[in-house]
Design a protein around this ligand. Structure first.
Ligand SMILES: *Cc1c(COP(=O)(O)O)cnc(C)c1O
Length: 391
């Protein structure tokens, strides 16, 4: 049979080569689907789509390399990667929760995660959001229908820690699942699965990607649970990571240890120089924690992430804007975990009530130390403070 039509040349499926290139970097298997030499093989393989390549909405060889690496870093049995952190979070909660279930959202968690659970109220899921950090206070809010305790530690904006071991012991006794968003610490500086947490989530858009060029997410846990999230939350909600973005995340992981070693040193340098500044009323970061919070930091963190927040002494919005605009090295922008230092005030001029409801000061500014020389960031913040608030 001749097959020399241009259309057919364009459409002909490549024969798989037996040759391997032994490339240092993995291949980007940028394909939507996979071909089968016989129908019998298709039937055999498609009976187990989780462990075979059929369609990239399910599995893909490049993405699988990333999943195996993140699972090992988090010391979990299995990882599933998603096209965003929110894709990972929504797929997890969609899978774990049913009508009539209750969720405890602990601490100042990432705003969009809270919005998502609030949205699930229309499906009959209820939630309690509690701004506490002791295990006894958390336990006091458990209901007979509580199915999930969802938290960050350190938390967004306030960077307060929870006692993971105590929370999981308490939750396990009552058959409640625990889910932690571990993005702040990266997979290197905190290993929640070691303390009995059921599910660890990362936004790979932050430290794992590391270069401010991808949006991706990951879920890690025991095989059965991650498979369930794969079959329901991933397959049907469809937040699938592209093979190219998986490849970029793999490339990000190559330098994660050196970047995190820099970050833990850089953040301490910056905070050592800002902590006595009278123009800053409070710095939120575990490095400066005292008492019980310090003990938790020492127990659970083997290094420090470089995301933190400051509350300015002066809460005037016009001067706060002038301060942020006066920064020269530090850039204004959302997200974090890349190479560039960032500042982002929580007040936007029209959301003061929401900010107060979250328990934050109107002069609260989230900041991120990037990979620039740390003292230059200190000097940049100081010159902006000098300009607006005087020396
Ligand atoms: C950014 C972020 C998310 C959301 O991740 P995306 O990849 O942006 O969807 C969730 N949790 C934390 C702590 C984050 O910083």
């Amino acid at each position: 049979m001749k097959n020399e039509y241009d259309e057919n040349i364009c459409c002909e499926v490549e024969k798989q080569t037996e040759k391997s290139y032994h490339s240092m970097a993995p291949e980007i298997v940028q394909t939507s689907s996979f071909s089968f030499p016989t129908y019998e093989e298709f039937i055999a393989v498609s009976a187990d789509e989780k462990n075979n390549y059929v369609y990239t909405r399910g599995t893909n060889p490049t993405t699988e390399i990333l999943e195996k690496k993140i699972a090992r870093l988090e010391r979990g049995a299995k990882c599933k990667v998603f096209s965003s952190g929110m894709g990972a979070i929504s797929a997890t909660m969609f899978t774990l929760l049913s009508q009539g279930d209750h969720v405890l959202m602990v601490n100042t968690i990432y705003g969009e995660s809270l919005s998502f659970i609030q949205y699930m109220e229309k499906f009959g899921v209820t939630l309690t959001k509690i701004d506490v950090s002791t295990t006894a206070e958390i336990e006091a809010h458990i209901q007979s229908n509580t199915k999930v305790i969802y938290f960050e530690s350190p938390s967004s904006q306030k960077f307060e820690l929870l006692d993971l071991e105590k929370i999981t012991a308490m939750a396990q006794k009552q058959n409640i699942r625990t889910v932690i968003d571990n993005t702040w610490a990266s997979p290197l500086f905190q290993h929640p699965l070691d303390y009995g947490v059921d599910i660890v989530i990362h936004s790979c858009s932050k430290y794992i990607g590391g270069h401010s060029d991808i949006v991706a997410g990951a879920v890690i846990g025991e095989e059965k649970l991650v498979d369930e999230i794969f079959e329901n939350g991933h397959q049907s909600l469809g937040a699938v990571n592209s093979p190219f973005n998986s490849w970029l995340a793999i490339r990000g992981l190559r330098t994660l240890p050196v970047r995190m070693a820099h970050q833990t040193h850089a953040i301490q340098t910056v905070l050592d120089h800002l902590k006595e500044d009278p123009r800053i009323s409070k710095i939120h970061h575990p490095y400066l924690a005292v008492g019980e919070q310090k003990e938790l930091a020492d127990k659970y963190l083997s290094g420090y992430g470089s995301l933190f927040a400051i509350d300015l002494e002066d809460t005037d919005f016009t001067r706060l804007k002038a301060f942020v605009n006066a920064l020269e090295i530090v850039t204004i922008g959302v997200s974090w975990g890349g190479f560039e230092s960032l500042a982002l005030p929580v007040v936007k001029g029209n959301n003061l009530d929401a900010v107060k409801k979250r328990g934050l000061s109107p002069a609260h500014i989230r900041m991120y130390v990037g990979l620039e020389e740390p003292m230059s960031i200190v000097e940049d913040i100081q010159q902006a403070l000098d300009q607006v608030y005087g020396k």
